[in-house]
Design a protein around this ligand. Structure first.
Ligand code: ZN
Length: 141
């Protein structure tokens, strides 16, 4: 099967807090220091990124507000995999292609994600139950 020009960017895991407890397993695997924390105000989350050698990352997500989508996820399902993120070259082109095929996107326009990425989310009802984030990398500073 011919592959599509899409890569796994990261896997987002909802955690109640980015404290030492949420980090125990990753430390046992060999991650040395606590994750670098970034706040994504649009999504009302604090994000801790654990970089893997294949240019993908594990993204630990802590809600910063009770009305954060991640807070709602934690209340409903508890900690666990929240979304997978696929890296695309041209997010607007991919969004247009998906919309044409009736795929339900959460945002009509890309929004700003962590490290200047442009992102959108695909509704789980269109993907077989998984929240899928699409991300176009920003300019690296
Ligand atoms: Zn993400």
């Amino acid at each position: 099967m011919k592959s599509v020009e899409i890569e796994i960017d990261h896997i987002g895991i909802a955690v109640p807090s980015l404290d030492a407890d949420s980090y125990t397993f990753w430390k046992a695997l060999g991650f040395q220091a606590s994750p670098k924390i970034e706040t994504v105000s649009d999504q009302k989350v604090k994000v801790g990124m654990l970089p893997l050698v294949n240019d993908a990352q594990i993204e630990l997500l802590e809600p910063t507000s009770p009305d954060s989508p991640v807070a709602k996820f934690l209340a409903k399902k508890g900690p666990g995999i929240h979304h997978i993120c696929l890296r695309v070259k041209d997010i607007r082109a991919v969004m247009a292609k998906l919309k044409d095929q009736g795929v339900k996107l959460i945002y009509d326009e890309p929004v700003k994600g962590a490290h200047n990425c442009l992102v959108t989310f695909v509704h789980p009802s269109s993907t077989g139950g998984v929240l899928v984030e699409l991300s176009q990398p920003g300019e690296r500073k």
